[in-house]
Design a protein around this ligand. Sequence first.
Ligand code: SAH
Length: 346
Amino acid sequence: MDQKTDMKSLTFGELKAALIDMGEKPFRAAQVYQWMHQKLAGSFDEMTNISAELKGKLAERFTYTCLTPVQVQESKLDGTKKFLFRLADDNVVESVYMRYHHGISVCISSQVGCRMGCRFCASTLDGLERNLTPSEMLDQIYAISRYTGERVSNVVVMGTGEPLDNYDNLVIFLKLLNDERGLHISQRNITVSTCGIVPNMRRLADEKLQITLALSLHATTDEKRKRLMPIANRYSLSEVLAACAYYFEQTGRRITFEYSLVGGVNDTDQDAAELSEIASGLCCHVNLIPVNPIKERDYVQSAKARIAAFREKLERNKVTVTVRREMGRDIDGACGQLRRRHIENA
Ligand code: SAH
């Protein structure tokens, strides 16, 4: 028998073609697709209007991705929940559920580990294990919906991994997530965050999706950025900013700049002045993130007053800016910390 196909990563058209190839009527594809992507079935067995015979044939030909939570931590402060999911090959990934006034937002991982090496980030400490499939990205959202019984309205690809280092799977995932036959999450409610892989930022722009692109900027000069993010050795700030401008031109979507404030490293008045300059050149929004210290590095958060002064300086320069609310401070906060702790304790 050939290798099985990952059914939940197929587009509707691909699933239909596969079922017709098996001698099934096209309407079966609509039923199965609906079970997977709308009713969020956890297995073939749950598909009650599918005959036992067809379920057997499906199981012979396809694998069915379904993530199981191995750990759920819930914040007593704001209801944020961190999920650790086990994948079929026993790798684990983490996802976060956040409740905002505008609905439920889920932050998902795009890879097991990461090879980008950002100095302040816990996700990258052990390097990249493998890419996630489209179905493994989707099922983080589906599993959270199954667990909470709530509809997810916003998705941010800001967990472990570099989404633009897993480009093809990311784009399939985005299309499945937005499909009206599935959860139909509006493209405008989806954000993809990148450390700045320039060629793939441009490719994503050419897909002409209405998703928000967030760039992890974190520094205003090449020299400083290289100290925090190895990717800056590959692509200069001017190339990255030109790719942001191109994304805006192609999609009309305002860019988000993420700027993690690291005490004594990138939080001076001069940094704020330079950031204002960069932000003024482009239709954007700046999101300041007080760095979440990890024990493997000695980076510290900027003092509260410094964060406020930095923000005011940007505001005085007419930059649209928000300081990210620190959700779930009482549970393993920063990206990749829950997974790391799990691996360390295994
Ligand atoms: N690889 C993607 C998405 C994952 S990280 C990217 O680089 O954008 C999501 C955001 O959190 C990025 O801006 C990242 O730089 C930031 N981040 C990672 N670890 C952090 C930490 N310990 N404190 C603050 N921000 C952090």
